[in-house]
Design a protein around this ligand. Structure first.
Ligand code: ATP
Length: 366
């Protein structure tokens, strides 16, 4: 019977537990044996109890749980060949040759690297006497399938990542809450949201909450952003608005890249526009709590598709990542998707914002 393992890695996101549930149950429904790797790649490197066989009932109720119930971690050992060698040995010991990883672009890169190195890792295990030749015969290839778990919606090639709509909901609820007090006192609020290289959360929160001004990492403010922002906000106030909302993505005020900061925005609104202004950093509330219905659906449909992809894979098929494009669950080339994602991040870091914006546009016009 084929053995398929699932793990979560990198930053947690709402819906990851639902994805694990879907992979485990689809694996069992397909007549295979399901395993969960606890604590991300660390669990794979440590082996033993960290790689656990899972039954149907073990994941009961997981669909509505936030975060990831099998844990996640950033694992330095897996960056080293020695760590990956241990991981390969642990997998062979359990008889597992297929791995579904739910994580961000870093985790997916690590997975693909593990797959391409797999034959040489197996060879080394035999050469060093850790495994016998006959023992490794059925494990000549490793199957990897990626699922994207991220609140930032930062993976190119998919319309939505597992967790981004829950996070957007949480941000909207927080802004609605702040709006009541802002309206009552006619205040201005500068709200910082997550998003290091991707302004999707900030932009969509701006659209969903009717913000007055939004700063995103891909699009640096113009030279005269201070005058521009103040005049927009003054105009809105003259039109009768009692509250002001400015949203700043965390990656939009990296001092190396952009000349703004939430406190600078606050000073401008207070001193130039004369508004009673406060700064609120939403922080980790954006990550936690039960997943929105959309993320439950996405996690389930994609988890099922991931198992189908594992069962249809051949040694020649490049590792797939499960995406959603125009409401259809599709498989894409994992490393191509990671490459596009890393390119936009690199363009932002090197201040090539025009190219970063073109990269984002290309994702939508694909
Ligand atoms: P997030 O988007 O939330 O940051 P991520 O998956 O991109 O999630 P990373 O911290 O980049 O998070 O990666 C998670 C783990 O994946 C790392 O701690 C490491 O164990 C493994 N990993 C990442 N990149 C590589 C790589 N190039 N080679 C081997 N392992 C890697």
């Amino acid at each position: 019977k084929k053995k398929i393992a699932v793990m979560t890695s990198g930053g947690d996101s709402p819906g990851m537990s639902g994805a694990v549930r879907a992979v485990i149950r689809q694996t069992i429904a397909s007549g295979c044996v399901a395993y969960a790797v606890y604590e991300g790649y660390q669990g794979l490197v440590d082996g033993g109890e960290m790689i656990k066989q899972m039954q149907w009932e073990d994941v009961r109720g997981w669909l509505s749980e936030g975060g990831t119930l099998i844990g996640t971690a950033r694992c330095m050992d897996f960056h080293e060949r020695a760590g990956r060698l241990k991981a390969a040995n642990n997998m062979i010991e359990k008889g597992i040759d297929a791995l579904v990883i739910c994580g961000g672009d870093g985790s997916l890169t690590g997975a693909d690297r593990f797959r391409s190195e797999w034959p040489s890792l197996v060879e080394e295990l035999v050469a060093t006497g850790k495994r016998r030749e006959e023992e490794v015969k059925p494990f000549k290839h490793l199957n990897i399938v990626g699922l994207v778990g991220s609140i930032d919606n930062d993976l190119s090639s998919t319309d939505a990542t597992i967790g981004c709509y829950s996070s957007l909901d949480r941000i909207c609820n927080a802004i609605d809450t702040i709006d009541s007090t802002a309206f009552s006192h006619q205040r201005a609020f500068v709200i910082e949201v997550m998003g290091r290289h991707c302004g999707w959360l900030a932009l969509m929160a701006g659209v969903s909450c009717g913000a007055d001004f939004v700063f995103i990492p891909e699009n640096p403010p113009s030279e005269n952003w201070e005058d521009e922002m103040c005049s927009v906000i003054k105009k809105h106030r003259e039109l009768g608005k009692r509250k002001t909302t400015v949203i700043v993505a965390e990656g939009a005020h990296d001092q190396e890249l952009h000349p703004i900061s939430p406190s600078r925005v606050k000073d401008l609104l207070s001193k130039r526009v004369g508004l009673d202004t406060r700064v609120t950093t939403l922080g980790h509330v954006q990550r936690g709590g039960p997943p929105a219905a959309y993320d439950r659906m996405l996690a389930t449909l994609q988890g099922v598709e991931a198992v189908k992809a594992v069962l249809e894979a051949t040694p020649e098929t490049p590792s797939p990542v499960i995406c959603i494009v125009e409401n259809k669950i599709v498989r894409k080339n994992l490393m191509e998707a990671v490459k596009l994602t890393k390119q936009v991040a690199a363009d932002i870091e090197s201040k090539n914002f025009k190219k970063a914006m073109e990269g984002r546009d290309a994702e939508f016009s694909e």
